[in-house]
Design a binder for this molecule. Structure first.
Ligand code: PLP
Length: 374
C-alpha cells in the first residue's frame, strides 16, 4: 500500500546525513563531556561546536543556548524559572498556545500570586495587537508568552512587532518557535526576543533534544538539581549524539531553506487549489497568511464524517492530523479551532495537512482521491 506522510508539524523524518553523523558519534564519542580525560574532552568539543553552530543560525551567542530534552522542557524552564526568579507579576499569553505553554502557565497561576491575561485572538487566528498594547499599558512586571507559528493553523505572529511593543512597555518576551526554527530565518540581533525554544524533531533532527535561548544578562536558576551541566541550568549528562544530530539538522535546514521552501510552497498552493476544485466551499482555517508548511482546512462535509475521517485516511496509508498531534484520534475538539470557529463549524471535519520537502505532487493527488471517497 502507498504510504503518504503529511503530518510534519507533528514530527518529521530524520535526514540521512543526520543519522550518519549521529551513528558516528554513538559509536566513537562515548566519553562523558564532564570528564577531563581525552574521551571526555573530545565529547565536550562536539557539544560546544554544536552549541556554536546552533547559535550562529539564529545570530545568538553560544552562551545563550541551553540544550534540553525537547521543546516542552525548554518552555517549562523559561516559564517556571522566570516566574520564580524574575519576580514576574503577570503573564500575557493567548488561548491558542501549545499545551506545553498553556498548561504550564495554568499550573504556575495556581502556585504563584501571578495574574494571567489572555490576549484576544481574531477570527483569522491572529493575535489582536491593539488588545496586547491595552493589556501592557497597565503597569506590572510582565512576561509576554506568544508563539511564533501556531502548530495547528500555521498563523504567523509578527515577532518583530511584539518584541518592539514589549520593549516599549518593559515586558519580557518569550516566544515558542518550535514550528519556525529551521523553516524561517530568525535574527536575534535584529529582534529583541528574551527567550525562545526549539525542538530538533520538527526540523528533520532526532527526538529527545531541543534548546532554549535565554538572552545574555537574564539569570535563571535550575528546575532540575544535580551537576553543573548547561551552566547549572539543566543538570544531567549531555546527550551528545542528539546534540550533534540537532546541530547537523539545523544546518541542513538552513542550507536548503530556499529550495525546500519553494518546493513546499508550491505543494501547499497545489493542495489548496485541488481542494477548492474537488470540495467547493472548503475554508482555510487560520487566515490568509500562514506558514508554508501548514494548511488547515475545514471541509464542506457533514459533521457525521468528523470522527471517522482520519481513520479512513489512515486505512489508505495517509497520515495527517485533525489538530495538534496529541489530539488526533481524540474526539475532543482542538482548543485552537475552538477559539476561532463557530460552534457549528467546529463540529465539521477540519484537517491539518503539514508538508515537508519529502512530499510530492503525487502524495497530494493520492490524498485528494482518498478524500473523495470519505
Ligand atoms: N510547541 C509547539 C508549537 C509544538 O508544535 C510542539 C510540538 O508539537 C511543542 C511545543 C512541544 O515540543 P516537543 O515535542 O519537543 O516537546
Amino acid at each position: 500500500m502507498k504510504k503518504v506522510y503529511l503530518d510534519n508539524a507533528s514530527t518529521t523524518a530524520i535526514r540521512p546525513e543526520v543519522i550518519a553523523e549521529m551513528t558516528k558519534v554513538l559509536a566513537d564519542d562515548y566519553g562523558n563531556p564532564s570528564s577531563s580525560h581525552s574521551y571526555g574532552r573530545s565529547s565536550r568539543n562536539l557539544v560546544e561546536l554544536a552549541r556554536k553552530s546552533v547559535a550562529k543560525y539564529i545570530n545568538a551567542s553560544a552562551q545563550e543556548i541551553i540544550f534540553t530534552s525537547c521543546g516542552t522542557e525548554a518552555n517549562n524552564i523559561i516559564l517556571q524559572s522566570s516566574i520564580r526568579d524574575l519576580k514576574i507579576e503577570r503573564i500575557i499569553t493567548s488561548k491558542i498556545e501549545h499545551h506545553a505553554v498553556l498548561h504550564t502557565i495554568q499550573v504556575l497561576a495556581s502556585q504563584y500570586p501571578i495574574q494571567v491575561d489572555y490576549v484576544a485572538v481574531l477570527p483569522s487566528g491572529e493575535i489582536d495587537m491593539v488588545h496586547l498594547t491595552t493589556l501592557l499599558s497597565k503597569p506590572a512586571k510582565t512576561l509576554v508568552s506568544l508563539m511564533h507559528i501556531n502548530n495547528e493553523i500555521g498563523t504567523i505572529l509578527n515577532i518583530q512587532r511584539v518584541a518592539t511593543i514589549c520593549k516599549q512597555y518593559k515586558a519580557l518576551f518569550h516566544t515558542d518557535t518550535v514550528q519556525s526554527i529551521g523553516k524561517v530565518s530568525i535574527d536575534l540581533q535584529e529582534i529583541p526576543i528574551d527567550f525562545l525554544v526549539a525542538s530538533a524533531h520538527k526540523f528533520h533532527g532526532p527526538k529527545g533534544i531541543g534548546f532554549a535561548y535565554i538572552r545574555k544578562g537574564i539569570i535563571l536558576n535550575a528546575l532540575l538539581y544535580g551537576g553543573d551541566q548547561e551552566k547549572g541550568l539543566r543538570a544531567g549528562t549531555e546527550s551528545i549524539h542528539n546534540i550533534v544530530g540537532m546541530a547537523k539538522a539545523l544546518s541542513l535546514s538552513y542550507l536548503h531553506l530556499n529550495h525546500d521552501k519553494q518546493h513546499i510552497t508550491h505543494l501547499k498552493k497545489y493542495t489548496q487549489t485541488q481542494l477548492e476544485l474537488h470540495f467547493p466551499g472548503v475554508i482555510v482555517n487560520g487566515g490568509l497568511e500562514t506558514i508554508y508548511t501548514i494548511l488547515n482546512v475545514l471541509l464542506p462535509l457533514p459533521s457525521s464524517k468528523t470522527s471517522m475521517i482520519l481513520f479512513h485516511l489512515d486505512m489508505k496509508g495517509i497520515a495527517l492530523s485533525r489538530g495538534s498531534a496529541c489530539q488526533s484520534g481524540s474526539v475532543k475538539p482542538s482548543h485552537v479551532l475552538s477559539e476561532i470557529l463557530t460552534e457549528q463549524a467546529i463540529k465539521k471535519p477540519s484537517l491539518r495537512i503539514s508538508f515537508s520537502h519529502y512530499n510530492t505532487i503525487q502524495d497530494i493527488d493520492y490524498l485528494i482521491e482518498a478524500l473523495k471517497t470519505v
